[in-house]
Design a protein around this ligand. Structure first.
Ligand code: PHE
Length: 346
């Protein structure tokens, strides 16, 4: 009996090793494991006839052989699969099947429009600059002709990181506009100068459909000899036809900003309602798109440029608002929401 078990095992192992394809594998498996006629089933039957005291020993041996053979069969199957001789039907890979593609992200609509604008300005010889979002009181206000007592500060409340001036250093704040880079650029590059500054800005706002605490602007600055309003208007026209690729109605109103003189508000007719009135244009039919003006002599001086020799224009384009106009988005809060149902549309 003892020998029978060993013989069966040796024979089985030899046969399993010789298997060359899945049909043979199936045959061998049946030969040994078939419930009715398999060699192992027969063996177990024989064990019943063994004397009671030897039965546990043979039972254990038979079980061990069963385990070993199962393992050998498993190994053989993986070997066959590896060599490609396995069950072709089961292992078939349809290489023409459409697998789910990796979902690639894309640029945020504000980034897209910013890059588009950068291209337009680069083509007109403007540099693309950036500046710190955590800005000093000096660059954000003081150097832009907005001293600490100036009421214009009230229209640009922001988040103060360190409002204490007692320590003697310049208070730090989240910049309320990209204009501080005007003076930074003048100090760094001098005149003549042509640059645009796209970037993120912050205000302490009560948020609604057209106000956010965080939004994007693109500052523009051109300084040279004899720069006048007509240069400003020419550049603005080039810009608007570049962005909207269609005729957009605009109007110029006088506007007040301490760092320009004279100052203007350039409005475009609301592209969402076509001028009829909606929440975005506050029912007026017009959207403030672009404040602009000629750089105030004091600001040129802060930038180290002689206002008697040079003049310039500056504008501050609301990038976020521009995106809203371009894609007819009626709630500014969507842009910062990170909501993929919204973002995937761009
Ligand atoms: N910095 C101003 C604002 O954010 C906009 C502006 C820029 C106005 C340049 C005039 C010239 O409100």
């Amino acid at each position: 009996m003892d020998l029978d078990i060993k013989k069966i095992k040796e024979q089985a192992i030899k046969e399993i090793e010789g298997v060359k394809n899945s049909e043979e594998w199936e045959q061998i498996k049946n030969k040994y494991f078939s419930r009715k006629s398999g060699e192992l089933a027969k063996l177990l039957k024989d064990i019943k006839d063994v004397s009671e005291d030897l039965r546990p020993k043979f039972g254990a041996m038979a079980n061990q052989v069963k385990d070993e053979l199962e393992k050998a069969l498993d190994i053989k199957m993986s070997e066959l699969k590896y060599k490609g001789n396995g069950n072709l039907e089961r292992d078939f890979i349809d290489v023409t099947l459409n697998v789910e593609k990796y979902k690639l992200g894309h640029l945020h609509p504000v980034t897209q429009i910013s890059m588009e604008l950068e291209d337009i300005f680069k083509s007109m010889g403007f540099m693309i600059l950036d500046g710190p979002e955590l800005e000093s009181d000096y660059y954000n206000f003081e150097a832009l002709n907005i001293p600490s007592w100036h009421p214009a500060r009230d229209t640009q409340d922001t988040f103060y990181i360190d409002p204490l001036t007692s320590s003697g250093h310049d208070p730090q704040l989240l910049r309320t506009h990209t204009s501080p880079v005007q003076v930074r650029a003048m100090q760094k590059y001098g005149a003549p100068l042509r640059c645009v500054v796209p970037g993120r800005v912050f205000r302490n706002e009560a948020t609604d459909a057209s106000h956010e605490h965080t939004f994007y602007q693109l500052e523009g600055l051109m300084i040279d000899k004899d720069i006048s309003i007509s240069n400003l208007i020419a550049v603005m026209k080039e810009l608007l036809s570049g962005i909207f690729k269609t005729e957009v109605k605009v109007r110029l109103r006088p506007g007040y900003f301490p760092f320009v003189e004279p100052g203007f508000e350039l409005d475009i007719q609301c592209l969402i309602c076509g001028g009829k009135g909606c929440p975005v244009c506050k029912q007026s039919g017009w959207v403030e798109l672009l404040p602009c003006g000629l750089v105030h002599p004091n600001v040129l001086k802060y930038g180290g440029i002689d206002p008697k020799k040079y003049s310039g224009f500056a504008f501050g384009l609301g990038l976020t608002r521009l995106v809203m106009m371009k894609y007819k988005i009626d709630d500014i809060r969507l842009l910062q929401s990170g909501d993929l149902r919204f973002l995937n549309q761009f």
